[in-house]
Design a protein around this ligand. Sequence first.
Ligand code: ANZ
Ligand code: ZN
Length: 873
Amino acid sequence: MATERYNAREAEARWQKAWTDNEVFKTRNEDPRAKYYVLEMFPYPSGRIHIGHVRNYSMGDVVARFKRAKGFNVLHPMGWDAFGMPAENAAMKNKVHPKAWTYENIATMRGQLQSMGLSLDWAREFATCDVAYYKRQQRLFLDFLAAGLVDRKKSKVNWDPVDMTVLANEQVIDGRGWRSGALVEQRELTQWFLKITDYAEDLLTALDGLDKWPEKVRLMQKNWIGKSEGLRVRFEVAGNAAPAGERSIEVFTTRPDTLFGMSFLALSPDHPVSKALAAENADLAAFVEECHRMGTSVAVLETAEKKGYDTGLRVKHPFTEETYPVYVANFVLMDYGTGAIFGCPAHDQRDLDFARRYDLSVTPVVLPDGADPAAFTVGDVAYTDDGTIFNSDFLDGRSVPDAKQAVAAALESRTIDGKPVATRQVNYRLRDWGISRQRYWGCPIPIIHCDDCGVVPVPVKDLPVALPDDVEFDRPGNPLDRHPTWRHVACPSCGKPARRETDTMDTFVDSSWYFARFTAPDAEDPTIPAMADAWLPVDQYIGGIEHAILHLLYSRFFTRAMKATGHLSLDEPFRGLFTQGMVTHETYQDASGAWVSPADVKVEMVDGIRRATLVTTGEPVTIGPVEKMSKSKLNVVDPNDIIETYGADAARWFVLSDSPPERDVEWTDAGAQGTARFLQRVWRLVSESAEIVGTATTSPDPSPAALAIRKAAHKALAAVDENLEGLRFNVALAKIYELVNVLGSAFANDRARFDADASFQAAFREGLEILVQIVAPMTPHLAEECWSALGNTGLVAMTPWPTLEPALLVEDEITLPVQVNGKKRADVTVPRDADAASVEAAVMQIDAVLKALEGKAPKKIIVVPQRIVNVVA
Ligand code: ANZ
Ligand code: ZN
């Protein structure tokens, strides 16, 4: 019987409609079954989905469909992270309104996601630029403000003079704006901050409980929070040269054990003492200015050349009374510790670079184990490892931790001018989160500035503060600032004319609580707390490793802040986290070195070598390395083209196959074709055998051949179950290939059995149904087509996962090694429950054993049940 080819395009649209018509993926809050919330990081509506989205959303969808089949009430929503710069850039470039641009992109991308057959509850969809969403975000801001979780303070910011906006430190790359490439300037602005540092310790310790997160991500967060336990040490200024009456300068150190290795003290250019000195010293003022131009990001400071200015001040060592020079140095940050350090060049690389440049002493005080104290010196590389303290008076011979304690203890009780010389201090690298952005396309900060009343929050009843639509993008900068009317408003408190805050929120705010909004997307308040508590935490969150730090940390903070303000009552938003690898592709370049898109390249085998040419002209093309798909190298494939050519199921299957999901997967046309062929094979197998197997149901007394089929099917079922549970999609797929091979060859070679053996027919039908159900999470459309070919009326998408019969997993034969006089000669395969006599009989049939016995009869045969057989001659 000939069946027609499976027509993916036609079938996929048909089944998508069937799912929608039956509201299969609509999540009902009142459903009594256990909940499962699976979420993929929502996309930025840039215009079109890319293959990374396909991989990300395929993984999430497999989990969602699998868990649904396993009987969970699944929440699997989708939305849009829709505010941000690209919309404004498009507005400036193409004269299209950011709103129009964004919503058009959303419409296109929604269509693309729908064509992938994702099992999403579209009824919960929203975009963060919807007024309905950001109105609630403004409400959260006001609640956080009332709860003391918001701060307004002056701070130095990285200012991009081309984009005319503040940049986060991570957005400054080599001193330049990440988008504009302009040299970043330092400016002091009054900014709004969310007090994430209030939670630094909690955010750190709670990482231990996130045992379903990749270790790598937990470590990155830990380093980002950067807790260090150290000591503040006060140095007395020698003589009376201090500028504004200070008699002492306090430093922060994590290595008080190295105090005897000190050779200088360094101040941040923004330290009050530096400023006071610079006010009277033009050279120093010029140096401070130079430091400002360089930027404050940690990355810049770590790579820049270490430079300093000798202030002429000197400080006294707390133990030796020796004095050391005080520098202003470019590598000391004002907003960390006390903005001042003591330098110990032998044991800190920055200090060493600095000391070599300014010819300062380098005295080692930590001796590596086994080194000779008389001979140990430090060259160009600081010694930062462990050892024993030496050259350090009363600390000599102590371990590093001991010496730290001893210094703290010795200095803690001393004072200079009534101030303690040493104070133990825990420090965090984590800074408060500056959320002010001087941009239009973001959530307005709901604040009004009044000359009389100062900063006045917008009353909740006046929310939302909606963005005006009539804005111009003919000049850089924030259009809200120059809008003729929007910013003018009556003060809510005194009624006098006042001005709106024109800064909008960092878009990371938008993505810090969307997962909570999905639990009640139409609620008047930001959440319905009972609903948020019922659905959260997200059981499985899936996204890119690039969000390992900021997005996840901000979301963890936001959840705590929302708890503090009564919007939900948990701390951690994401129970399980999975970070997927990227999709890569070969790169191609033409003779001139220009990048060429894979769509324009023909690759063939010529004399066993892969050769590439331009489709249009036949000119040769160089095949380059496999790299992450990127627009700059043109090595991208458009998901639309893939879905048109091979179907959504093939695309979904391909991105999950071959590579472990946390690793990169290489997209190749050959691979995609192979996948499409495999799916056709599944279709042929099911559709051709469907008629023969009829509606046979499992028989109580299967023949050996039938039992073999049943075993293969249940083995695959168990393996797919276990591997989908563990997100090892590629392994699950491999198990499915195996089952298809078993069924395929039985169908091809055992035709006769179908008529002769009713139990075989039944087992085969069972095998087909199991196959269809276990491919369904990956290739849901094909599965529906097969399901219906098998004569089922319902949808696979609504069918419970097959029930495993564990008895079928038990192997009933066992293979034992056979030794003759202690030397292994053979293996013997016997029924698992065989008695010693039958094992002995089987062993004595084996040629290799008989040969080893050289015709003699064995003295004894020892059978160790389930383990080994020993033949003694
Ligand atoms: C003396 C010393 C000796 C240090 C030594 C290190 C090694 P973490 O662990 O990251 O907290 N430091 C302190 N405040 C600083 C600032 N505002 N800007 C730049 N550097 C600063 O780092 C703490 C160490 O970083 C401190 O310990 C201090 O240098 C430096 F062998 O003090 B240390
Ligand atoms: Zn007022």
